[in-house]
Design a protein around this ligand. Sequence first.
Ligand SMILES: Nc1ncnc2c1ncn2[C@@H]1O[C@H](COP(=O)(O)OP(=O)(O)OP(=O)(O)O)[C@@H](O)[C@H]1O
Ligand SMILES: [Mg+2]
Length: 298
Amino acid sequence: MKGLQIRVKDLIRVYKLGNVEVQALRGLNLNVKAGEIVSIIGPSGSGKTTLLNIVGGLDQATAGLVYVGEVPVTSLTASELIKYRRKTVGHIFQTLNLIPTLSAAENIEIPMIAIGTSRGSRHKRVEELLKIVGLSERASHKPDELSGGEQQRVAIAAALANDAPVLLADEPTGELDTGNARVVVDFLLLANRELGKTIIMVTHDPTVARAADRILKIEDGTIEAALTPTQAVESEAVASYVDQLRTRIEDLNKKIAQLDEEFRAARINGDEYVAQRQSLKQIKAGLEEEINRMGVVT
Ligand SMILES: Nc1ncnc2c1ncn2[C@@H]1O[C@H](COP(=O)(O)OP(=O)(O)OP(=O)(O)O)[C@@H](O)[C@H]1O
Ligand SMILES: [Mg+2]
């Protein structure tokens, strides 16, 4: 089934632990188009997992609305939520995605048993899915007989098993090295581009985030900014250029202080001191102007 639109409006989630209240989400708004893949980045504790769990029907909102297609997720009853989870959402977690005592094939089969798919269709589908994620040869391996990357590919296959229109991936590459992370992201991109799934992918890794159509930054429970992947690259490039300029300014400040010291110790004469100081000041002003032109407040 092709992707559905995801709409999140003024979403609030407050956790109460005794007398302590944690505001995990503080009025978050988000719109993901049908068939779009977005990544969500943001510091630890900013509410990323909370958001995915509410959209995925695993956690309850304190206030606000979530719509997936025409389904009002935030007002479903418990039994409607179970159905919604089975049919509409494929959820990929950072770890513990798979049942350790079952083989790769059986792990992929489980979601289909839950919705009552016939045995014959299940086995056919498992074969197809193993082929999609390139693990046909590993069908009978248990999770601990697979590499981390292979386990995440099995998890993606299981998330695709019921042909759900929406995939939610929480740090799907969190524990993988760069090479394996790329392979896993490529399978998510394939699910998006070839199968038209709507995907929200949470990640700490900017390189992984850039694979998406859009990058959203969550901070303190609200979306702070939306960047296109090119903007993200550009803003990183600007940031590192500005860092370089700042380092050069610091160097100049040190040189000026040294010069002052030499003058005080009478190691250079007045004319030389003034000329050199003037020149260093001029270079510094030029660099500061350059930083201002980059639109950065110093
Ligand atoms: N079940 C819970 N009970 C109480 N507080 C919770 C619960 N789940 C999350 N929180 C709190 O809500 C805030 C957001 O947590 P969340 O797991 O959504 O963050 P995150 O952005 O996914 O972080 P990370 O990048 O570390 O996974 C945190 O301050 C966390 O301590
Ligand atoms: Mg998290």
